[in-house]
Design a protein around this ligand. Structure first.
Ligand SMILES: Cc1cc2nc3c(=O)[nH]c(=O)nc-3n(C[C@H](O)[C@H](O)[C@H](O)COP(=O)(O)OP(=O)(O)OC[C@H]3O[C@@H](n4cnc5c(N)ncnc54)[C@H](O)[C@@H]3O)c2cc1C
Length: 390
């Protein structure tokens, strides 16, 4: 047991939300400390598809909803950060694609008619043909239409590594995280026995927030989990593809992103409707069979005879919504010294940090002189998840 340490903002959980926040607060001169119990990014963040949405896909049912409006300026904010001129300096983070595509196979014109009925959508998408098609779709047998969305795709492992760099020494690993109270009031946390007092405590532990709230004796804010059963494949014939393939409904039939494997091959990571409801009910073998059927129907020219396949089950953690609806912006709940939140999307990490900064400003939390850090190890970075599975 050591003497208590003080910090302005103590953050629990080193996914995109916690890491973006610690980097932002540090840049503004706050003393911060982020504690992670596993690997940085190893929750949902590294397992995400890395798409920096501008909300266009939510307009598939013909009108821009709250979701599409709230998220619309995220690609611009990320582009600035990636160029080094934004709210964080993310130069060096690998940009996998400068655009995400919307791909309508065959004869889905009806669906797209209502989509393009929205003026806001028309201004954000442009049809591409011929040599401008994504490499994986440039084939004489390809039929259908492809639209370029002004959304980017980032390599999440390199993003996590850069944010960890920006966080400097203020990242620590601890397994036991317990409340520290003074006369019943929460004043900090005990990290593997080390007392850390803080003006504000922010829980950004993703799916771990519910357990942390329980340990604090709180039941609000409530959390929802949306299970997904993703598919990945790696093979020598795969070329990069970043696209939502439209089905008949309001959700993409599949969403494909491509990730670089250490051996130089590409990994295709498949989400969208394939990974939801029916996909969750299937076992891994059935889910791989379903993905093979989808790809054979959509891209019959693909030779996947040498591909390796795997599936990954992962829950999206979000604030509880009625009818498991998708929340449409970053969520932050504050109660006194404690702030709890979910960015709800990787793309919305800047929005999440902005909400925390606004709460600190509102409450007049000012930076105190930086205190020494607890003698705890630094957490490791999560490895790209596909390396262990394929
Ligand atoms: C398959 C999938 C694909 C996705 N694709 C996209 C996409 O393309 N674009 C997009 O914008 N969003 C996407 N998302 C959503 C996005 O990944 C999440 O909204 C975002 O990563 C959540 O970040 P987070 O920091 O809140 O949580 P996490 O990344 O889950 O991080 C939480 C961290 O807290 C740690 N932790 C947990 N409990 C404790 C504890 N008790 N003490 C200390 N640490 C703890 C965990 O180890 C973890 O490191 C996707 C999600 C999934 C699952």
């Amino acid at each position: 047991m050591s003497a208590p340490l003080h910090t302005d903002v103590l953050i629990v959980g080193g996914g995109i939300a916690g890491l973006w926040l610690v980097a932002r607060l540090r840049r503004q001169g706050y003393a911060t400390l982020l504690v992670e119990r596993g690997a940085l990014g190893g929750g949902q963040s590294v397992k995400s598809q890395g798409i920096i949405h501008g909300g266009t896909k939510y307009a598939l049912h013909g009108a821009l909803t709250g979701a599409s409006e709230a998220i619309a300026d995220m690609p611009g904010r990320w582009r600035e950060a990636l160029a080094g001129s934004g709210e964080l300096d993310l130069r060096g983070v690998r940009l996998l694609s400068d655009a995400h595509y919307l791909w309508s196979p065959g004869t889905l014109a009806g669906n797209l008619t209502s989509f393009f009925a929205s003026k806001a959508v028309r201004s954000r998408v442009a049809q591409v043909k011929g040599d401008d098609l994504p490499p994986a779709l440039r084939h004489p047998r390809f039929k259908g239409k492809v639209y370029r969305l002004s959304e980017l795709v980032v390599d999440v492992p390199s993003l996590i590594a850069r944010l960890a760099e920006l966080a400097g020494p203020e990242l620590v690993a601890a397994e036991r995280i317990e409340p520290l109270r003074d006369e019943g009031e929460l004043v900090g946390l005990r990290l593997d026995g080390h007392e850390v007092r803080a003006q504000r405590i922010v829980l950004t532990a993703g799916a771990g927030n519910a357990e942390l709230l329980r340990a604090l004796g709180l039941s609000q804010p409530a959390m929802q989990l949306r299970p997904l059963h993703m598919v990945m494949l790696k093979g020598p014939t795969l070329r990069p593809l970043y696209a939502h393939c439209l089905g008949g409904g309001t959700k993409p039939r599949i969403t494909v992103t491509s990730h670089p494997a250490a051996d130089g091959q590409w990994v295709w990571y498949l989400g969208g409707a394939l990974a939801e409801a029916d996909g969750v009910a299937r076992d891994s073998e059935q889910q791989i069979a379903a993905a093979k059927r989808e790809l054979a129907e959509l891209m019959p020219w693909l030779d996947l005879s040498e591909a390796h396949w795997a599936t990954l089950r992962i829950d999206r953690a979000e604030p509880a919504q009625s009818g498991q609806a998708r929340p449409d912006n970053a969520f932050l709940h504050d109660q006194g010294r404690l702030l709890v939140g979910w960015p709800t999307k990787l793309a919305l990490a800047p929005d999440f940090a902005q909400r925390v900064e606004a709460a600190l400003d509102r409450d007049g939390i000012h930076s105190a002189p930086a205190a020494p850090l607890p003698p705890l190890p630094r957490p490791a970075l999560a490895a790209p998840f596909w390396e262990g599975l394929l």
